[in-house]
Design a protein around this ligand. Structure first.
Ligand code: AMP
Length: 280
């Protein structure tokens, strides 16, 4: 596995791969890799000849009071995991390499990103879309794989690709979960033992919302209330939001329909967890 740290080197390799007719698949990550990330790597392998994983904890997507400094990092382990998984190239630039001191250009989407995660974390999606656009320009992949775990992010990225006419095919992979239903996340490592036990409330709340819908409830407000009640029963959980959202625009639903997203953000101490599922 080749490890590349410079943008110039990565672009040179990308150009050569393109010239040689290789299909490049990119999996962007912030590292501290888990099975969720690896499922995307496997998906990329199925779609492409050359699999590139990027590993970059992107400072512009963290707010001033968020966990940039505490975000878990273990590059040595990530390199070993990627190598074992058959990744061809690991692209891991430094923050200084990615952002010049006078950088000042951002990609801003103002439809999908107005709601929920966007409302709770101002500037988060601006940072995400900017770094994803940069990665696309640097790696020039034919296909890029993202997880449904971050469904609003996925929705915003699809819009960016469409509206900026970026020639990258976006593929999505399902959320990989722990045996008790907790969605895998690098941030789970910040949970204490008690918090970890109670974190199953996210899955339980989504299940409650889906069950109500399956029983015929169509009032989104009532579904949100029922999900919120499940979260408030966990003493260490602090609900940020519970939502029923339209899958294409992420607008809050009034009448829930099949295909809508049920989504949650919940704090456990310093860890903020998100999860979602689809109504059917
Ligand atoms: P992150 O490193 O958390 O920024 O995530 C990198 C990519 O992995 C994103 O496309 C995420 O949606 C995806 N991802 C994170 N957790 C999971 C999971 N549990 N299952 C599937 N994909 C995931």
């Amino acid at each position: 596995m080749q490890v590349i740290r410079s943008i110039h080197d990565m672009q040179q390799v990308a150009l050569r791969l393109r010239r040689d007719g290789e299909r490049v698949g990119l999996v962007p990550t912030m590292g501290y890799l888990h099975e969720g990330h690896l499922s995307l790597v496997r998906r990329a392998r199925a779609e492409a000849d050359v699999v590139i994983v990027s590993l970059f904890v992107n400072p512009t997507q963290f707010g001033p009071n968020e966990d940039l400094a505490q975000y878990p990092r273990d590059q040595e382990r990530d390199e070993a995991v990627c190598s074992d998984e058959g990744v061809d190239i690991l692209f891991c630039p430094s923050a200084e390499e990615m952002y010049a001191p006078d950088h000042g250009l951002y990609v801003d989407e103002d439809c999908v990103t107005r709601f929920f995660e966007g409302a709770s974390r101002p500037e988060h999606f601006r940072g995400v879309l900017t770094v994803v656009a940069k990665l696309f320009n640097i790696v020039q992949p034919e296909v890029a794989v993202f997880g449904q775990k971050d469904v609003q992010q996925l929705c915003a990225i699809k819009r960016m690709v469409r509206e900026l006419n970026i020639p990258v095919r976006i593929v999505e992979g399902p959320t990989v979960r722990e045996p008790d239903g907790l969605a895998m996340s690098s941030r789970n490592r910040h949970l204490s033992k008690k918090e970890r036990q109670q974190a199953v409330c996210l899955r339980a709340a989504l299940d409650r919302g889906r069950a109500l819908f399956a029983e015929g409830e169509r009032n989104a407000e009532r579904i949100v209330k029922a999900m919120s009640e499940v979260i408030t029963k966990a003493p260490l959980a602090e609900l940020d939001y519970a939502a029923v959202a339209k899958a294409d625009t992420f607008e809050p639903a009034v009448n829930a329909e099949s295909g809508d997203i049920v989504a949650l953000a919940v704090r456990f101490g310093s860890a903020r967890l998100i999860d979602n599922d689809r109504l059917c």
